[in-house]
Design a protein around this ligand. Structure first.
Ligand code: NAD
Length: 454
């Protein structure tokens, strides 16, 4: 018998839906259907595949508000963020559609003939998504994989399957072939693991915790299965004394409070040059106090609840009792609420300063000079993102090049863009998503030599 997953509204703890969990046998049947659909899809003219993906983008756009409200309800995202997320799915599909007819191989000069390379689809791709950005992260893998001629089986997180299921329906409404894009809600160690172990799945795209990512990597090793990993982060926000300190302090709160801190790019380690430390903290107090925490469906809200009680307990355990710092307000009563929290006087090697909290908690640490800033920035096993605030352009570039992370912003905390590459150094991940090369990650390069001498 199938198990069911209960989907709760994290702002109210009310039951939103129950969703049947996919069994391993059902995953197996889905792979067989997807493989047949993929062969027909790859045989279509590139222009026809592109047109269908563009139509999918239009249908998503027509349902953007419905998708956004579903995300508010199942994930507690603020409605502003949720609208951005639905639009992001639309834009990803459009961008990927533009790549279908540009997925060209090469002709390489060789003696005695002609040498050609082809970018062939992999076949069936498994996308395993987390709960923190259910829609965009599902689309980061799905859109380019489909565009490159693959079928996709998407396993959403247990807590947030509803937008994914709706997207699969919308794909059919847009005219995408049946079974080409299937959503398989269910438990990670059942449905997710079945995708990892299935010989008919050619690649896994996983976004989630390092703990599960390492397990999936080991599972893929057995078959040398292709793999992209997007794991956690503990990103630094480096503020030099020569920066516009007012602007840096004003921007700091939402750089770690967006999505209640459940963001792998959260700038949750604020590193401030010692000579500007006191001034920065003084400015940070009103900036944190001005963050509106509450009902995510209210357009004025900046920050909603955490996803679940488990996550709330996990975040709470990271904050040492009686620690100094700055705290904002949060609702009391039902819902998984945690207030904006900035901790001071924390040892640089304390768990809250080096491990991903995945909640609205940051630490502020002082540093002396550029070398010290880079050393501190790199003092975690993560390397996903980071920000550098300085008016010295040479320093901005030196530090950007020196920090071992995949995505750096100068004098900003730029969001992830679908048209620039995204991914992590060190234990933050493997491979890159998005950007101009996104489709190539879902292909095998085949080399063909044609002799002209015979
Ligand atoms: P998680 O690792 O627990 O789960 C992620 C997904 O993997 C879920 O769909 C889950 O069901 C599935 N899963 C769990 N066990 C599995 C198994 N044995 N085999 C196959 N699939 C399995 O992570 P989470 O709690 O959903 O998300 C939070 C974590 O994800 C944080 O650590 C965060 O940093 C990370 N994250 C990283 C990025 C990034 O882009 N780097 C983005 C979002 C989240």
């Amino acid at each position: 018998m199938n198990h069911e997953h209960r989907v709760l509204n994290p702002a109210t703890e009310e039951l939103v839906a129950t969703v049947p969990a996919t069994t391993a046998a059902e995953v197996d049947a889905a792979v067989t259907r997807a493989a047949a659909a993929q062969r027909a899809w790859a045989a279509l003219a590139p222009g026809d595949r592109a047109r269908l993906l563009r139509r999918f983008a239009v249908v998503v756009d027509e349902h953007a508000e419905e998708l956004a409200l579903l995300e508010v309800t199942e994930a507690g995202h603020t409605v502003g963020n949720a609208r951005w997320e639905a639009a992001n799915v639309r834009d990803l599909l459009d961008y990927a559609a533009g790549g279908v007819e540009r997925l060209t191989g090469r002709q390489i000069p060789v003696p005695g003939g002609i040498d050609l390379t082809f970018l062939e689809p992999l076949g069936v791709v498994g996308v395993i998504a987390p709960w923190n950005f259910p829609m965009p992260i599902a689309a980061w893998g799905t859109a380019p994989a489909l565009a490159a001629g693959n079928a996709v089986l998407l396993k959403p997180a247990e807590t947030t399957p509803l937008t994914a299921l709706r997207l699969a329906r919308l794909a059919l409404d847009a005219g995408l072939p049946e079974h080409l894009f299937q959503v398989l809600p269910g438990a990670g160690d059942v449905a997710g693991n079945a995708l990892v172990e299935h010989p008919g799945v050619a690649k896994i795209v996983f976004t989630g915790s390092a703990r599960v990512g390492k397990r999936i990597m080991a599972g893929c090793a057995d078959r040398v299965k292709r793999l992209t990993l997007e794991l956690g982060g503990k990103s630094p926000n480096i503020v030099f004394a020569d920066a516009d300190i007012e602007a840096a302090a004003a921007a700091a709160p939402m750089s770690f409070l967006d999505n209640a801190g459940q963001d792998c790019c959260a700038r949750s380690r604020i590193l401030v040059q010692r000579s500007a430390y006191d001034r920065f903290l003084e400015l940070l107090v009103p900036a944190v106090a001005s963050v509106v925490v509450g009902d995510p469906s209210d357009e004025k809200t900046d920050m909603g609840p955490l996803i679940s009680r488990t996550q709330l307990e996990r975040v709470r355990a990271y904050v040492p009792p009686g620690a100094d710092g700055i705290r904002g307000g949060a609702p009391t009563g039902p819902g998984f609420w945690f207030p904006p929290t900035v901790l001071t006087g924390i040892a640089p090697d304390a768990p809250v300063a080096t491990e991903e909290v995945f909640g609205p908690v940051a630490v502020v640490l002082p540093f002396d000079d550029e070398d010290d800033a880079v050393r501190l920035a790199d003092a975690t096993e993560h390397g996903l993102a980071g920000s550098i605030w300085t008016r010295d352009v040479g320093r901005a570039l030196r530090v950007s090049r020196a920090v071992r992370a995949g995505n750096l912003s100068v004098n900003s905390h730029s969001a992830v863009r679908y048209w620039t590459p995204f991914g992590g150094y060190k234990q933050s991940g493997l491979g890159r998503e998005l950007g101009p090369d996104a489709l190539t990650a879902f292909t095998e390069t085949k080399n063909v030599f044609i002799g002209t001498e015979a």
